[in-house]
Design a protein around this ligand. Structure first.
Ligand code: TNX
Length: 546
């Protein structure tokens, strides 16, 4: 009887809560929750408040206590099951996760006069309930109590990602930690770490040490510099642990067979030849030793990163493969396999590396070019070429990160001087907020398909982002809009309310020393200048691959 009553209450609550009673973005949280019901009364945070958590939630309880301590509250943390008064209770109840695509990450947050209860479907759910609570606490005026309410929440998408390119420019451990802190606050859960590319190899590989010490030299703006930058495996382990405490998975990308110049500077014996425009851009697909070498790299990457995935790139290969037409080993491979086109060679390479990834017990991820060569159907595709919707129809799991609006190296505003554009278009804050629903409508794709998408991601490419202040400026506030698009049900989204809620976030950025583009007052922080020698400029629209 008690259980039936409980289920009835849960159903009723879920029903009421799907309609956010606080319309117009009044609840000061980003991303806006799925359902909010205001209740009577106020919960006072005071010197006697205790954080009480059940077994297995130590890390989440410590995170909450740490953040509250930064806000000036020192609350003791206790493990236990009781319902003592004046406490913030953290607990898990699997039945919380009945709704939404990311039901694993669902939570309810009940703020009542005598206690606050965060119930998660799993640990991640508890964490997101905590994050919502922290934002509500931050939004109060002074010492004011917390308005009572019940929030029932779950994400629209399970993949809420951000890509950071540290090959072109390197930002370092401290900046990555700050990014992880901010991602957690906005309930983003995947950091796609682009660690290798033509301009720098940024991950230590013990078996091939020159990858980091020689491949890690220089950057996009200073290719001739002697400065070497890369992460040691020890540093990477620390960053992964820091991310895990914030329920963020870090997906490593080792880009191949193109974008390989930095690796080939260190190990030229695996080069696929010289391309006129892009230099030594590819690994050699006809050389058996290439597969052993890259297999050795991926083995260390797989052991280091607990992520389910390894991203093997596969983008823009056609940029620099003309030398495959004359390379002896590649030509021999083509004869042996009966290939007549370079595309078949590309597929052969990707299929072999995909097998390696699978053997290592990981899922394969790659850019949308991989659809053009019939990548294995299990491959998670990152759709970036927004003018080529074919990749969306292949039936693979898809993460949407179309360059407009999801590329953060594109300008924010038509008056900005540095950054890319695409046929005159770029990713505005409002464009990100309307994404992905508006885009599907524009492309004439059925809205039902939006439910099959794995998730959304913003990509911070850094050719034109040579230093941290500019990185901040290109990321914020656009990442907040992406976060709300990835978490909040489309029906709850409200642009005017979002703009209003951003005011508190801007104040927080000011407090934390995070630079940003203030979309309401673009002059508030001017666009950070480009360094003289950084070659930072608007790149004319280019139709790559066409
Ligand atoms: C295309 S997206 C790239 C990147 C560049 C980016 C610049 C993708 C898979 N390849 O290598 O950094 O454009 O916007």
């Amino acid at each position: 009887m008690r259980n039936t009553l409980k289920s009835l209450i849960v159903i009723l609550l879920t029903f009421c809560a799907t309609i956010p009673v606080y319309g117009g973005g009044t609840i000061p949280v980003i991303p806006l929750p799925a359902g909010v019901r205001p209740d009577k009364g106020v919960f006072e945070l005071n010197g006697k408040t205790t954080i009480l958590h059940t077994a297995g939630l130590h890390s989440e309880a410590d995170y909450l206590a740490g953040k509250l301590s930064e806000a000036g509250y020192e609350f003791p943390v206790k493990q236990g099951k009781g319902r003592i008064a004046n406490s913030i209770i953290l607990r898990i109840s699997p039945e919380t996760g009945e709704r939404g695509a990311g039901k694993q990450e669902s939570y309810t947050l009940e703020i009542a006069p005598r206690r606050v209860t965060v119930t998660g479907a799993n640990r991640a759910g508890v964490f997101y309930g905590i994050v919502t609570l922290l934002q509500l606490i931050d939004a109060r005026q002074g010492e004011e109590g917390l308005q009572c309410m019940t929030i029932v929440d779950s994400p629209r998408y399970a993949w809420r990602g951000f890509l950071l390119d540290e090959s072109r420019h390197f930002f370092g451990e401290k900046k990555v930690r700050q990014i992880l802190d901010m991602m957690a606050l906005f309930k983003l859960n995947k950091l796609h770490w682009h660690l290798t590319d033509s301009h720098g190899w940024r991950i230590e590989i013990l078996r091939y040490p020159r990858l980091a010490t020689i491949g890690g030299r220089g950057s996009w703006s200073e290719p001739e510099s002697d400065e070497v930058n890369f992460y040691t495996q020890e540093q990477i382990r620390r960053i992964i642990a820091y991310a895990a405490e914030r329920h963020i998975e870090i997906i490593p990308e080792i880009d191949m067979p193109g974008h390989a110049n930095a690796a080939l500077r260190a190990y030229p014996q695996y080069s696929g030849g010289i391309s006129k425009k892009y230099g030594e851009f590819t690994f050699n697909p006809g050389n058996e030793d290439t597969y052993a070498f890259l297999g050795g790299v991926l083995r260390e990457v797989a052991a280091l990163f607990p992520s389910e995935y390894i991203h093997i790139g596969g983008d823009e290969v056609a940029f620099g493969i003309e030398s495959w037409n004359t390379d002896t080993l590649t030509q021999r491979l083509m004869r042996r396999e009966g290939f007549t086109k370079l595309r078949q060679v590309e597929k052969y390479f990707i299929d072999r590396m995909s097998d390696t990834v699978r053997t290592l017990g990981k899922k394969i991820a790659g850019w949308d070019e991989m659809i053009g060569i019939d990548a294995p159907p299990q491959t998670t595709i990152f759709w970036w070429r927004h003018n080529k919707p074919e990749a969306l129809q292949a039936g693979n799991p898809v993460v949407l990160c179309p360059r407009v609006p999801c590329y953060f190296d594109f300008i924010n505003d038509k008056n900005h001087k540095w950054g890319r554009i695409w046929n005159g278009t770029f990713g505005t804050l409002q464009g990100l907020y309307a994404f992905p629903d508006d885009m599907f409508a524009l492309m004439g794709l059925p809205a039902e398909h939006l439910a099959d998408i794995t998730g959304l991601q913003a990509n911070m490419w850094t050719e034109r982002v040579p230093y941290a202040q500019r990185l901040d400026y290109m990321m914020w506030p656009r990442l907040c809009a992406l976060a709300e698009s990835a978490w909040t049900p489309a029906a709850n989204k409200d642009w005017a309310g979002f703009e209003q809620r951003m005011q508190r976030i801007y104040a927080m950025f000011d407090r934390l020393g995070i630079y940003y583009y203030d979309h309401r007052d673009p002059g508030h922080h001017p666009e950070p200048a480009g360094r003289e020698k950084s070659k930072v400029k608007i790149q004319a629209p280019v139709n790559v691959m066409d």
